[in-house]
Design a binder for this molecule. Structure first.
Ligand code: ADP
Ligand code: MG
Length: 249
């Protein structure tokens, strides 16, 4: 069994228009990769297709989680397989506290007669709250209700730390964050790093990658990965802009 998230020749449409035009990408477990590229190149689409958003139609290709093709699975099934997507625009779920939401989410991934013991859950969520330098009362707040943009992003990392997915995709987790919030969010992602965890960090700017140092950087342009390289590639993109990618393609 291969220990990696593998995207093979992935093509996907939305509303009849092809957005992903043959994406090939491998994120081995234990590594954090960055996905960069100009706006509209298909980065968010890729993350949503991997997570199983039904708005997107896959016409070709495979998404393999540790060797298993997940494309026939519903989004919640993929989540149980260990895929996690932090959205570019997190939704609000009024009436459900963060603590209850996470307890339900954890138990949905376990057998029916094997709910997580209350103390185990409490310790897990508190440890994540502390990693994010957050006040403990946050877990009683309703999910994202009245949260600022930065708080929503922090909450998505809290979920990541508690749910412990095998592979996470973080879509523009840095957008709208000031430097302090950026550091805290990065601290959370770095705490999740380890041999059993792989991540695809989607970002338009190099700034986030000063804090979450990627093992590899990929550049997406017009629905394909057009360049991959070491972390220095992100700095090069920052200096030269994306025009040199457009010229090279
Ligand atoms: P990125 O995240 O790289 O900025 P997106 O994946 O958001 O790019 O968008 C890629 C292209 O797909 C854009 O042209 C966008 O307008 C289009 N697109 C994405 N999602 C939808 C949707 N749900 N309906 C219509 N067009 C979409
Ligand atoms: Mg996007």
């Amino acid at each position: 069994m291969s220990n990696q998230l593998e995207i093979k020749n992935l093509h996907a449409n939305v509303e009849g228009q092809e957005i992903l035009k043959g994406v090939n990408l491998v994120v081995p477990k234990g590594e954090v990769h960055a996905l960069m590229g100009p706006n509209g190149s298909g980065k968010s689409t890729l993350s949503k297709v991997i997570a199983g958003d039904p708005a997107y139609e896959v016409t070709q290709g495979e998404v393999l989680v540790d060797g298993e093709n997940v494309l026939d699975m519903e989004a919640d099934e993929r989540a149980r397989e260990g895929l996690y997507l932090a959205f570019q625009y997190p939704v609000e779920v009024p009436g459900v506290s963060i603590a209850n939401f996470l307890r339900l989410a954890i138990n949905a991934r376990r057998d029916e007669d094997d709910e997580i013991p209350v103390m185990d859950f409490y310790n897990k969520i508190m440890s994540a709250v502390n990693t994010l330098n957050w006040d403990e009362s946050i877990i009683e707040r309703h999910l994202h209700e009245g949260f600022s943009g930065g708080e929503k992003k922090r909450s998505e990392i809290l979920q990541l730390l508690v749910l412990e997915p095998k592979y996470a995709m973080l879509d523009e987790t840095d957008s709208g964050l000031d430097v302090d919030a950026l550091k805290v969010v990065s601290q959370g992602v770095n705490a999740a790093r380890g041999p059993e965890f792989g991540a695809l960090v989607i970002t338009h700017y190099q700034r986030l990658l000063n804090y979450i140092v990627p093992d590899k950087v990929h550049v997406m342009f017009e629905g394909r990965i057009v360049q991959s390289g070491p972390k220095e590639l992100a700095m090069e993109l920052d200096q030269k802009g994306y025009d040199f990618i457009k010229e090279a393609v």
